[in-house]
Design a protein around this ligand. Sequence first.
Ligand code: NAP
Length: 264
Amino acid sequence: MEIKEYVIKRKEGMIQEISTLDRPPVLSIISVGHNPASESYMKGKCKDSADVGITAIRTGLDESATEEELLDVIRKQNADDSIDGIIVQLPVPAGIRESSIIETICKEKDVDGFRKDSPFVSCTPKGIVDYLEREGFNFSGKNAVVMGRSNIVGRPMAKLLLDRSCNVTVIHSKTCEEDKKLFLANADLIVVAIGKEAILNSSYKLKETAWIVDVGINRGEDGKLHGDVEPNLPVAKQTPVPGGVGLLTRLALIENVLEASKNK
Ligand code: NAP
């Protein structure tokens, strides 16, 4: 199923479920300063919430806000029973530590899944695995290669795949080209999360049966969005950019908010 169609179907299920709840789930989106890219992501999150009946509330702090001021807002919202999930839109201005934000949002409301003890799975890996499951990817015993080892994508992705009994290899900037070629040639599933346009391309020999998930978002010289993977590689399945993993990440966030409201 195309990702767009899959997301529409999942949202229909959520609308039904939310209509049976005592009150709509509430997502708080906090931002600091003004960043055009962040503004567009936040609009997307508000739209997704509205689509399924989640109430999104926004708190915008001035660019000059201090870390303590931001943490105060988070603490107040932690204590507010009418709020189910809290996210702080990243990046935040220099001087505010992301680690302090992650530690301060209480785990029950950490719908981004950034805390080590969060009950929620980080949105991008969750969205990807749910979609692959729905598409019938048979994880057990398969060779999975995760390109990138960031805390929000690569590492949690590798863990979810290992939990599903894949043989997982993680590639990063210190992996030599020769090894990269070897791992990729044997891969049944490749998840690419590096942030470099077409870093996975037709110069690599891949299995015709391989599935590729392209997480990358890169603004090309043409002004358009491009993934980390060259389009139309000769494999069994390849997710597009745009219209691919970004939609799955957005879906996973609102699913985590619904779960948070049900956990209460
Ligand atoms: P990140 O924190 O910058 O991590 C990039 C990773 O790529 C690092 O682990 C780095 O290795 C590795 N790397 C860099 N150059 C490499 C190379 N030549 N070969 C192999 N590995 C290399 O990035 P991120 O936050 O995970 O995001 C990655 C991409 O996904 C970005 O384009 C981002 O915009 C996009 N993204 C998309 C979504 C979505 O919903 N679609 C969500 C999140 C992120 P080292 O650890 O050794 O430095």
